[in-house]
Design a protein around this ligand. Sequence first.
Ligand SMILES: [Fe+2]
Ligand SMILES: [Fe+2]
Length: 350
Amino acid sequence: MALDPKILEQLRQEPDMPELDLGWLGAQTAPGMAAKPGRRGLTLAEINVGDYGDAPERTDHNTIRIRGSVPSPNAVRIGYFIPNKGDIWSDNSGRIYEEAVQRQWSSATDIPWDTIKPLPDVVEEAICQICTFLTEVEFVAGDAPGRWIGQISPDHFETVLFLITQVVDEARHLDVFRKRALANGCGLLEAGGMGRALRNIMDAKDFSEMSALMHLVGEGFVQTMFRTGEFIATNEAEKTIFQLCAQDESRHVGFGVMHLRYVLEHQPERREEFHSYLDKAEELFGHPTSMNVAFQESLMITLGGGDTDKGLVMLMALQKKQVTEYLHRLKVAGMPERRERLHPGMAMFL
Ligand SMILES: [Fe+2]
Ligand SMILES: [Fe+2]
């Protein structure tokens, strides 16, 4: 088919090229700046030089502009709703983000799954009940911070980067406990044991409230349990799971401790507000109706190696350790007086 001669003529002509603008050249804010790798490589700490390192106390531009870049007159609003640094900041978030990136592991290939051998039925079911409980806890631990990621300004991106690593960590924790439940003939068991306490985390209307309830109360208790995982585990696979998860949880709990410390240092008038959040969380964790009976009994069976009397003694020791470490974290965060106000349902474990 022959081409239309008019179209042929148009194709032969040089296209109209716009004049180059190049207005963006020379816009750099720190000419000559060249960050150098440190002992741990080129981390966020190494590139936080000059104005690039100054996270503003308040940010109102509400656009996608990341700290340090030059404002654009064409920028549209995105709608990040938390302008105050003090409401979301933690001085360790850049460091624990880097650590999280460097210490990722795979539940598919880093767990010695072949060390799982047939167990007595009651022990296998107890392990699977613990795994069922933990898949729910881990799901909420990813869901809760995930809801806040889109609200934090790119001027405070370190917090966002840390929260993204937490969501990835919690995804892996959910999947590793689900995999263990399905790896030895039993599967998932009874659901829903910690619903009220987990709902309390999801209901938080303030980032710092969410962080206190989740990082300090919920994950703090889980972290202490993971660190005693060698007594719960029945094989190397389970030991490895608890060790790797504990390593991740220490970052999440560490963020919560340092965030609360930052808030109390910069907004001391909020101290009583945090006590009120902890009052409610402790009541839920300490209240008999919100305790997961199936989870507690499963721990007794696994801690005692099938001997529930021995398991009960070990469970009480674990609960005492959980409350003691919880109070220690609050002391480090700047709330040593919490010990005197501890809910009776928790104080009884001390
Ligand atoms: Fe977790
Ligand atoms: Fe966590």
